[in-house]
Structures are given as structure tokens and as C-alpha cells.
Write a protein that binds this ligand. Structure first.
Ligand code: IPM
Ligand code: MN
Length: 356
């Protein structure tokens, strides 16, 4: 919307996070200039570095500030000095749970000029979206130890699936499928073994699906889906699944679209707030070298604009990314781009502004 002012949070994070966020911001600012809206950024310190310096992970005040913003862009959080689990539970998952960001949206699109891991890219392309439930399942932390450290030790970890949580996720996926050209939704589960959790998912899928006469639907077990992702990814349009399966299949899917250098995601509570981030991590070994690919962060920024309703700007960013990939980049992986991190941001910005 012309002249509209959006308040957007920025969490640069650790390692190469700040570098890629700077490039995404460059592109977002250019999009705002061209399409006549305004962005006001508010930066937040959450990171492994900040935790080591201050002992602070994610405070209640920060949570409510982020929750009050329409959208936030994050780089990546994680540093080898902080033991695994602390930042994940204390920042990333806390943000997803406390802000009730119940959708994890992961588009998988093979852009022209990007090499896929498949020996032969399908002729009809790869263009699907994974809708991952983001607040329940095995991620809830339900379970515990019994007789820990003894030979009789028991460890349990339970998957929590609520009618409300499953239904809102499935409904979001049907709504999304409805807007797409092929209008097809696949439920990914494991109904043959996880006979309680995916029984609920399957019933909800059928019930809600009956309301969406124009969306065709089918079901795949998660193991078969992994096989089909590699054999014939063109069969998918929208995939909906639980938190754990969604985590796993989106890493496989990210490789199909060229890897973590280009894979973007969003954690959404539609209508309330959303946090966008590259699928990949902070890649601390490359910090300051200017070799990391910022396209995943730029694509996350593009998703952010689409979420805010700036769909023309989002589409223009995608065209500028495609032009950059085609004309200026040799590859998308670290060491294969042929140009540096900030060059990629510069080119995308320049194509975006030149189209005017
Ligand atoms: C992701 C990540 C997170 C997850 C980790 C870092 C907690 O792998 O966003 O996919 O498992 O969800
Ligand atoms: Mn993951």
C-alpha cells in the first residue's frame, strides 16, 4: 500500500546471520523505495553472543515487542560456544510457542539457473510449499526420565496433537492450496504406525477437506514421501504435516531447490505476527568472509513482504533474484557463487530498481 509504514523487527543473530540480514535489508529498502511504502526496522539482540555476554535468552519484554510487530526477519542464531539445546529451546522454540506461531511455511521452488541435487531436474519444474505444524507434536517437550543414569533408565518423549492445533494447520494448508494453480494438497503422516496421532490428522484432513471442493487431496506416508521427493518432486503442490516430519522433509526439500543458500521460511500466526528466517543456520565458520549466500535471507524478506500484503514488491524481488542467479552467479553454495555476499545483495537491489 502506497505510503504505508510497516514496523519490522530484525534479529541479525550469530555468525553469518548479520551479514545475510544486512543484504536482505538492502533489498527490502529498495523494494520500499520502488513500491512506495515505508519500513521502520527495530533491531533485537537475541543470539548466542548476547546470551554469553548477558545471560539473557529471550525476555518477556522482547517477546511482547516482537508479538506487537506485524513481522520480523531473523538471520540465524547459534554459536559453538553455547551447548546445543539452550538457544533452540530458550529462543527459537520459545518464540514459536509463546507467540503461537503455529504455521511453519517453507516454499520449495527451483528457480531457473539453480543447480538441484537431482541428476535430472523434472521438466515441469519443482514448485511446492510445505506447511509444517509449528507448536505441537514431539517439539512440546512432553515426557521425561525415569531412573535416569541407571541400567533401568526409561526416557519418553510424547507427541502432542490437539484437535485445535491440527485443525488450524490443516485449514491454513487448504486455504493456501486454494490460491495456487494446481490446488492440490497432500497430507504427510504415518497412519500405519502412529495410529493415534495420525488418525486425528487424517480425520481432520478429510473433514476440513470436504469444505474445499476445489482442492484435490491425497495422502503419503512420510517414508514414501521422502522417496517421492527425490523421484518425482513435481507431483507436489502443497504438503501439510506435523512438526517433526516437517522438520525432516524440509531439509530434504531444501536440497532439491539448491540447498540452504536459497531456502527460506516463515513462522506465522496469520493475522497476528510472523517471524521469517532462512532454513539454514548461522554457519559460524564463514563469518566475515563474505562467502555466504544471502539469497535465503533475501527470499525470507520476500516472504515477509508477501505476508504484509506487498505482493507486487514480493514478485519483483523474485524476478530480481532470478536475474541475479542467471546473469551474475555461478552457483548457490559457499565457494561456488563466483561473487561475494554483498555483491549478491547489490545485484538483486540493482535489478529491482532498474525494472522501474
Ligand atoms: C528448523 C530448525 C529448528 C527445528 C531447530 C534449530 C530447533 O531445525 O527451524 O527447522 O528443529 O525446528
Ligand atoms: Mn530443521
Amino acid at each position: 500500500m502506497a505510503d504505508h509504514l510497516y514496523d519490522v523487527g530484525l534479529i541479525p543473530g550469530d555468525g553469518t546471520g548479520p551479514e545475510v540480514v544486512a543484504e536482505a535489508r538492502k533489498v527490502l529498502d529498495a523494494a520500499a523505495e520502488r513500491f512506495g511504502f515505508r519500513l521502520r526496522f527495530q533491531t533485537f539482540p537475541m543470539s548466542g553472543r548476547h546470551y554469553l555476554d548477558s545471560g539473557e535468552l529471550l525476555t518477556d519484554a522482547q517477546l511482547s515487542e516482537i508479538g506487537a510487530l506485524p513481522a520480523t526477519l531473523m538471520g540465524a542464531i547459534g554459536t559453538p560456544e553455547v551447548r546445543p539445546g539452550i538457544l533452540e529451546r530458550g529462543v527459537l522454540l520459545k518464540m514459536r510457542f509463546e507467540l503461537d506461531l503455529y504455521i511453519n511455511l517453507r516454499p520449495v521452488k527451483l528457480l531457473p539457473g539453480v543447480p538441484t541435487v537431482l541428476a535430472k531436474a523434472p521438466e515441469d519444474g519443482i514448485d511446492f510449499v510445505v506447511v509444517r505444524e509449528n507448536t505441537e507434536g514431539l517439539y512440546c517437550g512432553a515426557g521425561g526420565f525415569h531412573k535416569k543414569g541407571t541400567p533401568e533408565e526409561v526416557a519418553t518423549q510424547e507427541s502432542i496433537n490437539t484437535r485445535k492445533g491440527v485443525e488450524r494447520c490443516v485449514r491454513y494448508a487448504f486455504d493456501l492450496a486454494k490460491t495456487r494453480r494446481r490446488k492440490h494438497l497432500t497430507l504427510c503422516g504415518k497412519t500405519n504406525v502412529l495410529t493415534y496421532a495420525f488418525d486425528l490428522w487424517e480425520r481432520v484432513f478429510e473433514e476440513v477437506g470436504a469444505e474445499y471442493g476445489d482442492v484435490t487431496r491425497d495422502y503419503n506416508h512420510v517414508d514414501a514421501l521422502c522417496m517421492f521427493l527425490l523421484m518425482s518432486p513435481q507431483r507436489y503442490d502443497v504438503i501439510v504435516t506435523d512438526n517433526m516430519f516437517g522438520d525432516i522433509i524440509t531439509d530434504v526439500a531444501a536440497m532439491l531447490q539448491g540447498g540452504l543458500g536459497v531456502a527460506a521460511s516463515g513462522n506465522l500466526h496469520p493475522g497476528k505476527t510472523a517471524v521469517f528466517e532462512p532454513v539454514g543456520g548461522s554457519a559460524p565458520q564463514f563469518t566475515g568472509k563474505g562467502v555466504i549466500n544471502p539469497l535465503a535471507a533475501i527470499a525470507s524478506g520476500q516472504m515477509l513482504l508477501r505476508y504484509l500484503g506487498e505482493t507486487d514488491a514480493a514478485a519483483a524481488i523474485e524476478r530480481a533474484m532470478i536475474a541475479t542467479l542467471k546473469n551474475d552467479m555461478k552457483g548457490v553454495a559457499v565457494g561456488e557463487m563466483g561473487i561475494g555476499t554483498s555483491d549478491v545483495g547489490d545485484r538483486v537491489r540493482d535489478y529491482l530498481l532498474a525494472e522501474k
